[in-house]
Ligand binder design. Structure first.
Ligand SMILES: [Cu+2]
Length: 259
C-alpha cells in the first residue's frame, strides 16, 4: 500500500506545480506588461488556475500523511521539517503575495474603468515592484529545501533509537541495496537475544522485520544509507520465520531459520 500513498502524494505534487505554474508565469509576465486590459486578463487567468491548485494541495497532503504512516516516518525529523516549511511558505505567500496582487488588481480595475488617478510611471512601478521577485524567491527556495528533505531524508537530530544489541559481534549480517537484500536465507541462534547488522548501501530507506505467518515478532527502525544499524533482536524459538523490508515487502524478503 505504501507505494500507492507515495503515488497519490506525487500526483498531488504534479497537479500543484501545473496549476501553480500559471501564477508563477503571470508573476514574471506582469513585470513587463503595461496595458491595463492585458494585466486584467493575466490576473484573471491566475485566479482561474486556483481551481486546480487547492484540490491538488489537498491530494498532496493526504498522500503524504498516509505515506508517513505506512513508511513509519513520523519519528524522523525530515518529515516534520517539510510540513513546517510548507506551512511557513504558505504563510509568507499570504503575507507578501496577496497585498502585492491586490494593489495591482485595484489600480488595474480603476484604469480599465477609465480612471486617470494613477499615472503611467506609477503603474509601471507597481507592476515591476521587487515584491514580485521576493514572492518567486520564497517559492523556489522553499520548494528546493522541501525536495532536499524528501529525497535525502536527513534525520535532523530526530530518529527512533534502534533497540540495543547484545555485546559481541552480530550473529547475523545482511546488506541492502536499492531494492534487494544481499541474501534470501539467514540463520540465527535459537533461544537467546542476538544482534542483526543491516548494512544499507543505498540512499533508499529500508528496515527489517521478522514475521511468523501474520504475526510480527520484530520490527527494526527504518534508515537510509550508506549506514549500518545493528538491531537487538529478542530471543526466538527454533523454527522458520520470514524476514522482510516493510517498505519493499515484495522485492525484499527471505527466510530466517532459527536453530
Ligand atoms: Cu526496503
Amino acid at each position: 500500500m505504501h507505494r500507492w500513498w507515495v503515488y497519490l502524494h506525487l500526483a498531488g505534487v504534479f497537479g500543484f506545480l501545473i496549476s501553480h505554474g500559471v501564477s508563477v508565469a503571470v508573476t514574471f509576465r506582469l513585470r513587463s506588461e503595461r496595458n491595463p486590459a492585458k494585466v486584467q486578463a493575466l490576473l484573471g487567468l491566475s485566479s482561474a488556475s486556483l481551481a486546480g491548485f487547492y484540490p491538488s494541495l489537498a491530494l498532496l497532503l493526504l498522500g503524504g500523511v498516509l505515506a508517513g504512516f505506512s513508511g513509519r516516518w513520523w519519528g524522523y525529523g525530515w518529515i516534520w521539517w517539510s510540513i513546517g516549511l510548507l506551512l511557513l511558505v504558505t504563510v509568507a505567500m499570504y503575507a507578501v503575495a496577496r497585498p502585492h496582487f491586490a494593489r495591482i488588481r485595484f489600480i488595474t480595475d480603476a484604469m480599465v474603468g477609465g480612471s486617470q488617478a494613477v499615472g503611467e510611471q506609477e503603474y509601471g512601478e507597481a507592476l515591476s515592484a521587487p515584491r514580485g521577485m521576493v514572492i518567486a524567491g520564497i517559492g523556489f527556495v522553499g520548494l528546493a529545501l522541501i525536495l532536499y528533505l524528501m529525497l535525502f531524508k536527513p534525520s535532523l537530530g530526530m530518529a527512533p533509537e534502534p533497540a540495543a544489541a547484545p555485546p559481541g559481534p552480530p550473529a547475523v549480517t545482511l546488506a541492502a541495496t536499492e531494492t534487494t537484500f544481499s541474501s534470501t536465507s539467514l540463520v540465527a541462534p535459537a533461544g537467546r537475544e542476538f544482534g542483526l547488522a543491516l548494512q544499507n548501501r543505498s540512499p533508499v530507506p529500508h528496515n527489517l522485520s521478522i514475521r511468523s505467518g501474520n504475526e510480527v515478532l520484530f520490527t527494526g527502525v527504518t534508515f537510509t544509507g550508506p549506514r549500518t544499524v545493528t538491531y537487538g533482536v529478542r530471543s526466538l524459538a527454533a523454527g522458520e520465520y520470514v524476514f522482510v523490508c516493510d517498505l519493499h515487502p515484495e522485492q525484499m524478503t527471505g527466510s530466517l531459520v532459527v536453530q
